[in-house]
Design a binder for this molecule. Structure first.
Ligand code: GS8
Length: 220
């Protein structure tokens, strides 16, 4: 029987992008279904009754919620190619540690930075985010990917952040090549991969979205 794979998603969600990248890395055919947060589908409410959030991966009718859990699931079920987690238990634990750091320390402040309307708060979130990224800059070192020679779990967890940081006003001014040479080179290396570029939204769509938000804020 053919596997049925559906992804409940929202095009701008970095969490959704993680799952897309993992599916693309494995070459899995899936149906992407966009959700409207102001009118969530009955399927989303049924499949993720606890958080009612995307992404939800639905594999042969069964839901897998939380993006990092979905990536691990994908890696375990489709284990024939492109392993995302290392096979060594210690290395695997390390990868999970850094993915957890990315979720709890990086994405949390990135979301604050992205969503806050208040200038001072925005500046503070940016400063914090840059400080925390410094640790990842060191952790990456001169390795091609966090996972070593190939894109892995930690890379998939982090890279969607940069589809935002690389667009609109943030481009160039947010994170610079002098202070973050490893991360900058790594983002480019990731973006060269089809699994990543295919999963990133169109840059113009992000710009339009940011512009609409700006106008909305100004009450226009
Ligand atoms: C986060 C999912 C999430 O925040 C994960 O999957 O890793 N820890 C989860 N999803 C957001 C969209 S991204 O900003 C969401 O579904 N929001 C809808 C809502 O809150 O109503």
């Amino acid at each position: 029987m053919e596997d049925e794979v559906i992804l409940l998603n929202f095009w701008l969600s970095p969490y959704g992008m993680r799952v897309r990248i993992a599916l693309e890395e494995k070459g899995i055919k899936y149906e992407n279904r966009e959700e409207d947060f102001s009118n969530k589908s009955p399927l989303l409410l049924q499949m993720n009754p606890v958080h009612k959030k995307i992404p939800v991966l639905i594999h042969n009718g069964k839901p897998i919620c939380e993006s990092l859990i979905a990536i691990e699931y994908i890696d375990e079920v489709w284990n024939h190619q492109s392993p995302l987690l290392p096979s060594d238990p210690y290395q695997r634990a390390q990868a999970r540690f850094w993915a957890n750091y990315i979720d709890t320390k990086i994405y949390v402040v990135a979301m604050k930075f992205w969503k806050t309307e208040e200038e001072e708060e925005k500046e503070a979130a940016k400063k914090e985010l840059l400080e925390r990224l410094k640790l990842l800059e060191e952790q990456l070192g001169d390795k091609p990917f966090f996972g070593g020679d190939n894109l892995g779990f930690v890379d998939v967890a982090l890279v969607p952040l940069f589809c935002w940081l690389y667009t609109n006003a943030l481009r160039g001014s947010f994170i610079d090549e002098i202070q973050y040479p490893n991360i900058i080179a790594w983002v480019k290396r990731c973006a060269d991969k089809e699994s990543v570029s295919k999963s990133f939204p169109d840059e113009n769509m992000i710009k339009r979205f940011a512009e609409e938000r700006r106008l909305l804020r100004q009450g226009k």
